[in-house]
Design a protein around this ligand. Structure first.
Ligand SMILES: Cc1ncc(COP(=O)(O)O)c(C=O)c1O
Length: 460
């Protein structure tokens, strides 16, 4: 770093180009262009290394920065905590660990215990391990299968990819762990049954029951679902789906694992996505918005009934949850999470999310009337998608390069939006939006006006 000056931004760009391997990125183009380097953020806005300002309509790219950038109070909470105690392994407790768990559980009737880790993938892996351990303890090893849904995503590790319903994400990374079994998706716009509305929802849930009966209910331990599928196309399950899913889980004694890594912490206008549907999950996993990206944190939340199964034979040295998460002992995560939650409460961000989400959905519906290429818009709260089709009647997806062109045109005009990316073959055609929960009406209108212009430019 000889002679390095942090204002020498060209040096930063060259260092990045020479040494950083970016996630989900083909690097060949950077031989002739520069990667985007984000240097600063404030509220809904970020600035890149060239000084260009953007409205961030995707909360840090992957629906994470729920309370927006530049929150000094979160930085202060982290600093104060890590100067006092930065770390001790999770076999011991910590002040913020205990207090955040208490605050979180108070929002989750029926839940009782919080296990700390540091990413969404890791939080989900913990559930899979708990389910397997319960199978061995209670069911002679039989009830060990974990069901997951087509188009859902639960993480980047081999374990979570074994529960990955996005075949492009998984391609070339197998073989995966055994006894993970897929169930059909529930996206009515891409209907698998000639039904609609509530009847469609109930049928899609019954498709899960068919898989359970095929596999043998005594072999199925858990069902892992996103409340609203995120990267697989912003899929809001139809009416009629969730009540049947809950019934099916109860009928066959299957633990229900809701992956709230994206929906959790206000994204859909309630603290958790599952609240919209009155679900009673056995496991809930949270990460991204828990500390809005100010610190890395992932949590696995479960019931007292599940927790009890890991302490009922204290004389057996193998009876407890024999898992280690080194960085689950970092105190920055829960310290940031407490302050993050206070901000959501004190600034009434759940109400704002509901109001601004309704505005954004209405704006997107307006774009659907104006641009034939918008085949469907869907979502809840500030978690929305617009599916682009070449032909409305056949619903044939537009070419992926055109979706990319819309995203690039929005960025050129100063708005960062997302798109389903390396998810389901042929269906990387949904634009995605997840602005911070602090978005104002002007921010929302600026985002959708830009999308309007970009659609006009790319599709005429
Ligand atoms: C629904 C869902 N679950 C889990 C994960 C994995 O989280 P992480 O990237 O923190 O491991 C993601 C990440 O995008 C996600 O969208």
């Amino acid at each position: 770093m000889d002679g390095f000056n942090e204002n020498d931004i060209r040096h930063v760009v060259e260092a990045d180009k020479a040494h950083v391997w970016h996630h989900l990125t083909q690097h060949k183009p950077f031989e002739t262009t520069d990667p985007r380097i984000i240097v600063e953020g404030k509220g809904m806005r970020v600035w890149d290394a060239t000084g260009k300002e953007y409205i961030d309509a995707v909360s840090g790219g992957v629906w994470t920065v729920n309370v927006g950038y530049g929150r000094a109070s979160i930085a202060d909470a982290i600093r104060d905590q890590i100067v006092k105690l930065n770390y001790f392994a999770g076999a011991a407790g910590s002040i913020p660990g205990a207090l955040f768990a208490e605050k979180l559980i108070a929002k989750m009737p029926g839940m009782a215990r919080v296990y700390y880790a540091n990413s969404g993938s890791e939080a989900n892996e913990k559930v899979f391990k708990m389910v397997r351990q319960i199978a061995h303890k209670r069911h002679g090893g039989r009830k060990r299968k974990i069901l997951y849904r087509e188009r859902d995503y639960h993480g980047s590790t081999i374990g979570t990819m074994s529960a990955g319903g996005q075949t492009e994400r998984n391609a070339h990374y197998g073989p995966f762990a055994p006894d993970f079994v897929s169930v059909p998706h529930c996206l009515e716009y891409r209907a698998q049954w000639d039904l609609s509305g509530e009847a469609y929802g109930a049928r899609a849930a019954e498709a899960i029951e068919e898989v359970i009966l095929r596999e043998g209910p005594d072999t199925v331990g858990a069902l892992c679902l996103e409340p609203i599928t995120a990267g697989g196309g912003v899929i809001v399950p139809p009416e009629g789906y969730w009540p049947r899913v809950q019934e099916i889980c109860e009928k066959y004694d299957i633990l229900l694992h809701i992956d709230e890594v994206v929906c959790g912490m206000g994204r859909t206008g309630t603290w958790f996505g599952y609240e919209h549907y009155g679900l009673r999950p056995d496991f809930v996993t949270l990460a991204k918005g828990v500390a809005s990206g100010y610190a890395a944190i992932g949590v696995t939340v479960t019931t007292e009934a599940v927790f009890e199964m890991f302490k009922d034979d204290a004389g057996d040295p193998l009876d407890h949850f024999r898992d280690i998460s080194t960085f689950g002992g970092c105190t920055a995560g829960p310290a940031a999470a407490i302050e993050n939650m206070r901000i959501i409460e004190d600034e009434a961000l759940l109400d704002n999310t509901t109001a601004m989400g309704a505005r954004m959905l209405a704006n997107l519906e307006g774009l659907m009337e104006k641009h034939r290429v918008v085949g469907d818009v869907r979502g809840k709260g500030l978690f929305l998608g617009a599916e682009l089709v070449a032909d409305r009647a056949s619903r044939e997806p537009v070419e992926e390069r055109l979706v990319g062109a819309v995203v690039a045109e929005c960025a050129a005009q100063g708005v960062i939006i997302g798109a389903t990316n390396r998810s389901v073959p042929g269906f990387n055609n949904t634009l995605t939006f997840s602005p911070a929960l602090i978005a104002t009406a002007d921010d929302i209108d600026a985002i959708t006006d830009t999308v309007d212009r970009a659609l006009g430019k790319v599709f005429g």
